[in-house]
Design a protein around this ligand. Structure first.
Ligand code: AMP
Ligand code: ZN
Ligand code: FE
Ligand code: FE
Length: 286
């Protein structure tokens, strides 16, 4: 029996900061043997229509997804809420996405200014070119910095400049996770806490947080993820079962130029193995 994942519920397209268009992603997904994928772009549903058509053509199941960036006071890591089975055209969700996109545009100006003060500012034209019509994100800056030899890798761009305490001071305003959960539920979706390892909380604090978020409507926990160790995965599966949360999993594939080590459906060095029979798949209809 193969131990390769047949599903991947966390991928990014060029509608946000991924390298490939959503149609290219569906083709790639079929090529690597996936049968179910969720497109989860940051703060946008813009890639979903094209993905749906392409998924139909190649014969794989596409779940409409999104990944919303939030801020919980006192918690420093990436606090991302995934939404599955959302109505991509839901007016309130669209309104929030447009608002986030304009905040990101404003933040882009602050990022240029900040990188200039650090002496590593990439060409403005190239950053906008890489972002194209997509939602502007830090990886667009990181890629331009690599291309221009200002840093040696996207990893270095984040470690030294784009994921530092100083960067936090110029970052945009983000909603509380409770707001993101509410928005996803309003749009008909199931809200899932993404990559819990990135919150860097001990087991007790994470448990308390899950109880609180479950009360706010959280429906699932991303237990399987590219950078999770087996021990972490086991811990998250136990917590999900304990709190009655759906278990989900995904690679967070962005393309090799953005996250070089992460492969679609396979994670790092083929180590990601997501069970095909996740219960959430029976609950989402869109
Ligand atoms: P943004 O939406 O502009 O805040 O950028 C968030 C995205 O940047 C994440 O989804 C990742 O793709 C990437 N990212 C954030 N932190 C790091 C990091 N430390 N190393 C590499 N990529 C990162
Ligand atoms: Zn991203
Ligand atoms: Fe994320
Ligand atoms: Fe992601």
């Amino acid at each position: 029996m193969s131990n390769k994942s047949e599903i991947d519920l966390h991928i990014h397209s060029s509608a946000s900061d991924g390298q490939y268009t959503s149609a290219q992603l569906m083709l790639l997904a079929q090529e690597v043997g996936l049968s179910v994928v969720a497109l989860t772009d940051h703060d946008t549903t813009a890639g979903l229509a094209e993905a749906k058509q392409a998924a139909q053509t190649v014969g794989i199941r596409l779940i409409s997804g999104i990944e919303l960036d939030t801020k919980y006071p006192g918690i420093g890591g990436n606090f991302h809420i995934l939404g599955y089975g959302i109505d991509p055209t839901h007016p309130a969700l669209q309104e929030v996405c447009l608002d986030f996109a304009s905040q990101r545009q404003e933040r882009a100006e602050r990022i240029f200014w900040y990188l200039e003060s650090c002496g590593v500012c990439p060409s403005r034209q190239r950053v906008y070119e890489l972002a194209g019509n997509g939602v502007m994100g830090r990886p667009h800056f990181a890629r331009a910095m690599v291309e221009q030899g200002l840093v040696s890798s996207t990893r270095e761009a984040f470690d030294l400049y784009l994921d530092t305490p100083q960067f936090q001071t110029i970052d945009r305003q983000k909603p509380h996770p409770r707001e993101a959960i509410r928005m996803i539920m309003q749009a008909g979706g199931i809200a899932v806490l993404a990559h819990p390892s990135q919150l860097k909380l001990g087991e007790h604090l994470l448990s308390d947080l899950l109880v609180e978020l479950k009360n706010d409507g959280l429906g699932g926990l991303e237990c399987y993820y590219s950078t999770h160790s087996q021990e972490q995965t086991d811990q998250y599966v136990t917590l999900a079962n304990q709190f009655g949360l759906f278990i989900t999993g995904g690679s967070d594939f962005h393309g090799e130029k953005v996250k070089p080590q992460i492969e679609l459906g396979r994670g790092i060095d083929g180590s990601l193995c997501i069970p095909s029979r996740l219960k959430i798949l029976d609950q989402v209809t869109v």
